[in-house]
Ligand binder design. Sequence first.
Ligand code: NDP
Length: 680
Amino acid sequence: MTVRNVESFIAGAWLAPDSSAREIRDAVTGSVMARAGRSSVDASALIDHATGVGAPALQAMTFHDRARMLKALALYLQERKEVLYDLSFSTGATQKDHLIDVDGGIGTMLVIASKGRREMPDGHVYVDGGVEQLSRSGSFVGQHVCTPLQGVAVHINAFNFPVWGMLEKLAPTLLAGMPAIVKPATTTCYVTEACVRMLVESGILPDGALQLVTGGLGDLLDHLGPQDVVSFTGSAETAFGLRSAPNLLRNSVRFVAEQDSLNASILGPDAVAGTPEFDLFVTEVHREMTTKAGQKCTAIRRIIAPQAQVDAVLAAVSDRLRETVIGDPRDPATRMGPLVSDAQRRDVLDKCATLATEAERVFGDPDTFDVHGADARNGAFLLPMLYHCADPDAARHVHETEAFGPVATVMGYRDLSHAIALVNRGLGSLVASVITHDPDVAREMVMGAGACHGRLYFNNRDSMAEATGHGSPLPHMVHGGPGRAGGGEELGGVRGVLHYMQRTAVQGSPNILSAVTGQWVPGATTRQGPAHPFRRNFDDVQIGETLHTAEREVTLEDIEHFADFTGDTFYAHMDDDAAKRNPFFPGRVAHGYLLLSFAAGLFVDPDEGPVLANTGLDSLRFQKPVSAGDRIKVQLTVRQKTRRTESYGEVRWHVILRNQDDAPVAEYELLTMNAYADPR
Ligand code: NDP
C-alpha cells in the first residue's frame, strides 16, 4: 500500500509533510496509510495571505455573491463525492456514515447558501433588527449593523467528521466575508485534504479564502489578534488548554467551542413498552450508539427511562445491538465499522473502566467478538457496550465521563422532575431527546432542562416518519451547548454567520443610517422620480423615491358596501352604539382591510409594466381608527431593493397612510417583484 503524503495549503502553495510528520493508520487494517505534518508552520505567511489577499477579495463581494459562490462550491463537491466516500472508508466510516459526513456537509453548505440569498441583503452590511427611535421627532435614530471581522477564522476540527466538520464552519465564515485556515484532526486529515483540493481546484474560491494546515498548528494561535476567531470542535481538555492561551485572552479573540457532551435520551412516562414511542426510543438509541461507531458529538451517552421500564429498555436495546453487523465498512452488510484508531479504542476502554465503577455492563464484551470481513486484531473494532446504573443519583462518572464510542448507560427515574434532575447532571449538553406523546411532558422538560441544552428534540408517533434524528445538527438550527458542551454555538441559519462578524450599534440621523445600510430609513430624504414608480423598472427606481397620492374620502356607503361585499360585518363597522362601548373606537369605523384596498387604489399605476406581482406585506400596523368622512392619502417610498432571479428583483416599499390631519392611520411594508431594465 502506498503511503499518502497529506499536504498543507499555505499562501497559495501545497507543502508536503517533512521528516517530522505523524503516521496515520487505516482504521480497518491498522496499517500506515498516510503521513501529515511539518516541523514548522509559517504563521505570518498564513495570516498575511488570509488578511491581505483572501479578505479583500471576499469583502469586495456582496452577501449574495458569496452565497452563490457557496452554492457553486457545494455543487462542485457533489459531483466528486465518490472520491471522498472512497477515502473515508479508511476512517472506519460506513456508506451510511458517509451520508452524514459528506452529503451532510454538502447539504449544510447549500442551506447556508440559500439562507444567504433569502435572508441577507445583496450588499455589504447586514442589518440586525429594526430602527430604534432615539429622539422625539425622529431626527436621531439607531440601528444595529454587522460587518465582517477583518482577521482570519482558524477552524480546529475533530476527527469524527472530516468533511461536515469543515464545511459546517467554512460556509458561515465565507458567507460572512472572512477567510479561513482549516486545521483538521490528524487522524482523518487525508479526507479533509482531498475535499480542500477539490474546493481549491474548482477555481470558484478567491485566492487566500481557504488555507489548510495538516499536522500541528505550530505557534499560529500566538499570532492571532483581536479581529480573529478560533472555532474549535474536540475534547473539553484541549478546548480548555487552547482557550486559556494568554495571547487569545489578552486580545479577546473570539473562541467558539463545541466539545464533549453527555447527551441523554429520555423515554417519556407515557411511552411504556408496547407503545409506538417505546419502539421509536429503542430505534433512536440503537442508531445513535452505532452510527459512526458512536463517535458523534451528539450521540446518546445516557438513556433515561421510567424505573418500571428499565428492564424492558435494557432487553430491547440489547436485542438490537446483538443483531448489529460489525465489520469492514466497505462491505454493504456492515452496520458499524471500527473506531477511528486503536488509540481511540483504548481511550474508550479506559472510560468504560471508569463507568464500570458505577454501572454494570449488560451487553458487549470487548474481548470476545467476530467482525465481518476484516481481521478484528488489526482494526480498531469494538463491540457496542450497554451499561446499567442502578443508582444514578449517587453516581458521578456516568454523568461526566464521555466514552467516545458505541457506549451508553441506562438509568431509571422516579418521576419527571427526577428525569430532569438527571439529564441536567450532564452540566450542559449539545442535545437531549425526549420520546413522548404527551405535550405536558414536553413543556415541563423545556422549562426544566432547556437552560442546560443547546437543542431539545421531541419525537413521537406523529413526527417519527419525518423527524431528522436525535443526532443530526441541522444548518437551520443552532448547534452547541452550555457548560460542559463548550458554551459555544454554531449554525442556526444566519445566526451562525454572525459569529464571524461584529455587531455595531450605529446612531445618527436617518440620512446617515440610510447611507450606511443602503436602505431608506423613515425620516431620511425622499425624492420624486421622473415618472410614477410603478412605471420604473428595478434598476431605475431609486432608494428613497417617493410617491404622494391624492386624498380620498371614506364614506359610510364605502364601509357598508365593503361589509356586504366581503361578509365582514363585525360590530365595530356596523353598530355605532356597540363600537362606542369599545375603548378603541369613537363609533363605527372603516375596516382596516378597506383602508389597505383604498391605499392600493390610490398608489397603483394600472397599466402593464415592470411591477410583476405583489408578493406580500410585512409589519402591518393600524395606528388610528378612520371614521366615515375622514380623508386618507398614501406615501409610498422605495425602502430596499434585492436582486432575486435572472429576470426580476424584489422591491420593498414603505407605505404610510395618513388622514386629513396628517396623523398616521396605518403603516406597512409592501413587497413587489419588479423586472430588470434588461432581463438576462
Ligand atoms: P482533541 O481535542 O484531541 O483534538 C481536536 C482538535 O484539536 C484536533 O484537530 C487536534 O489536532 C487539535 N489539537 C489538539 N491539541 C492541539 C493544540 N495544542 N493546538 C492546536 N490544536 C490542537 O480531540 P480528538 O479529535 O482527538 O478526540 C478526542 C476526544 O475528544 C474524543 O475521545 C471525544 O471525547 C472528544 N470529541 C468530542 C467531539 C465533540 O464534538 N463533542 C468531537 C470529537 C472528539 P490533532 O488531531 O492534530 O491532535
